[in-house]
Design a protein around this ligand. Structure first.
Ligand SMILES: *Cc1c(COP(=O)(O)O)cnc(C)c1O
Length: 400
């Protein structure tokens, strides 16, 4: 089977994926899959999404030549795919725009979503406001404390925030609560998942909506440097920005693909978020995929300096791409991420998100493998404004 035709009819990418959910959700997932497959072929649906991408998000995002980074690494030309310039400051809006139009077409009146650091909550509340749909965001109580700015943003946009106190009161608990809401209100409610995770058909849907990034990249690279890139580098949390950038290139083996994971602190080896590099297969949130767990299958605590990468699971398609070797995954630690965060800010005048800084932190290792004839693209998944207080605090400053 062509790699780009996955998942198969049961929702599997090789051994990974599927739908491991309560019986009450099987019908809702089947309905979603059927409607999506129908609308995917519909030109009016696609046109509406393209119009929103252009007028509301500001697409296409530029492919920008990073002159000073290129000089520094002395080898391949380095280009930046500027998803940080999207409305709301990251790639996440590519997915929420698509899913909310899908929800509206399916006649759903109520939108729910989970959020960790709050970025997916903001992207969801934004599109719900625009279409005038009732919106509820589930967020771990711990995260509500830590991410007060995003909590306030979500409320400004007219959505309700529901703090979740169970478990560790973080993202995975918020996800459980969102699923509980969906089970109860499945008739009128649409659940917008924020990454290429969860049960089939979500990993496929979220990938397809983010694939606009890879498609633009194909066109822009041909136009701007006359060929396809030699390599694309992206950070991997759940894996949606990486999957979106990689997907159109999967069957072209001449384009090397690198997924960069969060290795946590250098000195604290037990806690990290490097799911693909250091995890083992298991079931979490409705799908079989690599997972950070102990030998008894208990999910282990994770850590990353970047809230958006701090998740014990990963999208099932990435697990498959790792096993077949099509994408190379490796982790970088918090310390090198902070260094990259400063370097890109100073050299390029672009303050990247801490998630994105993981991709930049991999450049010293990757650039060495290529020559001056090569072009490397870094997917700049988001901007770093949201992370400035975190970085200042880690470096011993407090901002008022
Ligand atoms: C949420 C987020 C990520 C991580 O999510 P993926 O699904 O792995 O892309 C990466 N970068 C930014 C800026 C984010 O907000």
């Amino acid at each position: 089977m062509n790699i780009k035709e996955l998942p198969n009819a049961e929702g599997f990418f090789g051994a990974y994926g599927g739908k491991f959910v309560p019986e009450t959700l099987m019908k809702a997932l089947a309905e979603l899959e059927e409607q999506y497959n129908k609308l995917k072929q519909n030109t009016a649906f696609q046109k509406q999404i393209d119009k929103d991408y252009a007028d509301f998000v500001g697409r296409p995002s530029p492919l920008y030549f990073a002159e000073r980074l290129t000089k520094k690494y002395k080898g391949p030309k380095i280009w930046l795919k500027r998803e940080d310039l999207n409305h709301t400051g990251a790639h996440k809006i590519n997915n929420t725009i698509g899913q909310i139009i899908l929800a509206k077409k399916m006649g759903k009146k109520r939108i729910i979503a989970e959020t960790g650091a709050g970025q997916h909550g903001v992207a969801t509340a934004t599109v719900a406001a625009r279409l005038g749909l009732e919106c509820h965001i589930y967020m771990g109580a711990e995260d509500v404390e830590r991410q007060s700015l995003n909590v306030y943003r979500i409320k400004l946009l007219g959505a309700s925030v529901h703090p979740v106190k169970s478990g560790t009161a973080t993202l995975k608990d918020a996800l459980n609560e969102a699923i509980r809401d969906w089970v109860t209100n499945v008739e009128d409610t649409y659940y917008i998942i924020g990454s290429v995770t969860g049960p089939h058909p979500y990993p496929m849907i979220v990938r397809d909506f983010n694939a606009v990034v890879g498609r633009e990249l194909q066109e822009q690279s041909r136009k701007q440097f006359g060929k396809l890139p030699s390599a694309i580098v992206a950070c991997v949390g759940g894996g949606s920005n990486a999957m979106g950038a990689f997907y159109p290139f999967l069957s072209n083996k001449r384009v090397d693909l690198y997924g960069i994971e969060a290795d946590g602190r250098k000195r604290e080896k037990a806690k990290h978020s490097a799911t693909l590099t250091k995890g083992t297969p298991g079931i979490l949130h409705g799908a079989l995929s690599y997972l950070i767990q102990d030998s008894k299958g208990q999910v282990l605590p994770t850590h990353s300096i970047s809230a958006g990468l701090d998740y014990p699971g990963v999208g099932p398609e990435h697990s498959y791409l790792k096993d077949i070797g099509r994408v190379k995954y490796f982790p970088v630690n918090d310390e090198s991420v902070l260094e990259a965060f400063h370097e890109v800010s100073r050299l390029e005048g672009i303050i990247p998100a801490l998630e994105t800084a993981h991709a930049f932190a991999a450049l010293p290792k990757i650039a060495k493998l290529y020559s001056t004839k090569d072009n490397i693209v870094v997917n700049v998944s988001g901007r770093g404004d949201k992370d400035i207080a975190t970085v200042a605090k880690v470096e011993g400053l407090t901002l008022e």
